[in-house]
Design a protein around this ligand. Structure first.
Ligand SMILES: O=C(O)CCC(=O)C(=O)O
Ligand SMILES: [Fe+2]
Length: 418
């Protein structure tokens, strides 16, 4: 029966060329002596029992008593669920119509009529805005209802990051995003989301320079609730996971899974959620492994929040005003130009660094009673004056190690589904 190969050969020239072999997407896969795969290929999910000891878990929970709370920022489009901006043209028309009616019907002059209606329109706008905010803050719309603390710099964070780094072949700390501890009380949850940054979001939030992609999520359950609080996976790839595509929160246990391929392509199959806690409290600690260490641009942006705080305090001291205003000018130039293009980054870095002097002055002021009394600023660490300013990327060293680099965008830079 040689017929089949013969037929195949005869047909061969007519068949389209076989596509070049496509290599399967590569992921950051953890390794650990106690690693267990709770969901296999093609979308693996891993757990590691006893990744942290009971004491280590409790120490992280206790630390939250002194750690700063992270403001969770929801995406704007979710906030304005009433379509507030869409309503604006109709409101303007309403204002115009009422003003015309007043002017024609009641003999008001056009300007008086406009003035008279503006109060009412402002009231309606305020009401609409209030209602939309209320709706946004209700459980129906909110994506995350728990509470988060920023564990950056805490010694318990160091231990967690050292273990997380070891999972991926001794990955350095700066490849992980700022560590947060999360508490979910009864009824609290995190809705379906992927943690990878989608391209549009990266552009929107960080300009063309782009922010590192999150390639794996690492969480450890610190305290398990009495009921509920599972981490659930919703993608089709998990439909055969029995009895349910869920990981039970067990204190000390790590949960690790990819969020994007190694080359930064978001993997939407890993859409997951923290299900509502039914009884008790659930606590987790978490971070993401990034595809690349932060660039100088990201580091500078990370400093932005406290640079502004520092600026506010320094500006109150008359002797420094001049230097500060020059700092402020270049900082604003920096932010506006930074959007323009990546190649300019090096010189922008230098511009900002050349005004570092103003911030060093702030360090001197830290000694001042007035400043040392301000608790949130107490942990600001500015580079020592003797440090040489680097050229371009090297300047990043100066900025590293102070505040986490995207605290201002908090945890909300992933993308969410309803
Ligand atoms: O709370 C959980 O189980 C999941 C948390 C999570 O996915 C996240 O923080 O991104
Ligand atoms: Fe997540």
């Amino acid at each position: 029966m040689m017929l089949v190969p013969t037929v195949a050969r005869a047909l061969a020239p007519a068949l389209p060329l076989r596509p070049a072999a496509v290599s399967p997407p590569a992921y950051a896969i953890p390794s650990h002596p106690c690693l267990q795969r709770v969901h296999g290929e093609p979308a693996p999910v891993y757990i590691i029992p006893d990744f942290l000891s009971g004491d280590e878990c409790e120490a992280l929970i206790d630390a939250c008593g002194t750690l700063p709370e992270v403001r969770y920022i929801e995406h704007e489009e979710k906030k304005f669920s009433i379509g507030w901006l869409k309503a604006a043209p109709s409101l303007s028309l309403l204002a115009l119509a009422s003003a015309t009616a007043l002017s024609l019907g009641a003999g008001y002059s056009p300007s008086e009529a406009l003035l008279a209606t503006s109060g009412a329109v402002t009231g309606v706008c305020g009401l609409a805005h209030g209602v939309s905010t209320l709706v946004a803050n209700s459980d129906r719309v909110q994506i995350f209802t728990g509470t988060k603390w920023d564990a950056s710099g805490h010694h318990a964070e160091k231990l967690f990051l050292a273990r997380a780094g070891a999972l991926f072949g001794h990955m350095p700390r700066d490849r992980f995003e700022p560590v947060t501890v999360t508490r979910y009380k009864e009824g609290e949850y995190q809705r379906k989301h992927v943690d990878a940054r989608l391209d549009a979001m990266r552009d929107e939030a960080f300009g063309s320079t782009g922010l590192g992609q999150r390639i794996a999520q690492v969480i450890v359950y610190l305290r398990s609730p009495e009921a509920g609080g599972e981490t659930a996976f919703h993608g089709d790839a998990f439909s055969e996971w029995r009895p349910r595509a869920e990981v039970q929160p067990v204190a000390g246990q790590a949960l690790v899974f990819p969020t994007a391929t190694l080359d930064g392509v978001p993997d939407e199959r890993y859409v997951h959620s923290g299900e509502a806690v039914k009884r008790g409290e659930k606590w987790i600690v978490g971070t993401w492994l990034d595809a690349a260490p932060p660039t100088l641009f990201q580091e500078i942006m990370a400093q932005w929040e406290w640079l502004q705080q520092a600026h506010d305090y320094v500006v109150a001291m008359p002797a420094l005003r001049e230097r500060v205003s020059s700092f402020r000018k270049s900082a604003w130039e920096f932010t506006s130009t930074a959007k323009a293009a990546a190649p300019a980054r090096r010189s922008l870095g230098r511009t900002l660094c050349s005004h570092w002097a103003a911030l060093l002055a702030f360090r001197l002021l830290q000694a001042h009673d007035q400043l040392s009394a301000i608790a949130p600023l107490a942990d600001i660490s500015l580079p020592a004056p003797s440090l040489q300013l680097g050229d371009g990327e090297g300047g990043g060293e100066l900025l590293r190690g102070a505040r986490p680099y995207w605290l201002t965008t908090g945890h909300g830079t992933g993308s969410h589904w309803h």
